[in-house]
Design a protein. Structure first.
Length: 77
């Protein structure tokens, strides 16, 4: 999903609707922040279902993505 698609999806919803992410093992958590991360495709053969489609990388010449991390991290400082 890209930002344009996310905006289109969110624009159809009640602006006061809560947005959550999955909890670590169970339940749901509020989205507390967003951050940028560089990603590369996870090309591992026979990767388990719990491994994501992408991995993070320190290489700044790769795709930049917007990440909604789990937890109460204040990245605005």
């Amino acid at each position: 999903m890209n930002v344009k698609e996310l905006i289109e999806l969110l624009s159809k919803e009640d602006p006061m609707m809560r947005v959550v992410i999955q909890g670590y093992e169970q339940g749901y958590d509020d989205v507390h922040c967003a951050e940028y991360t560089n990603i590369v495709p996870n090309t591992k053969k026979d990767r388990p279902w719990w491994d994501g489609e992408f991995n993070d990388t320190m290489n700044k010449d790769t795709e930049l993505a917007l990440l909604f991390p789990r937890g109460k991290v204040d990245l605005s400082k």
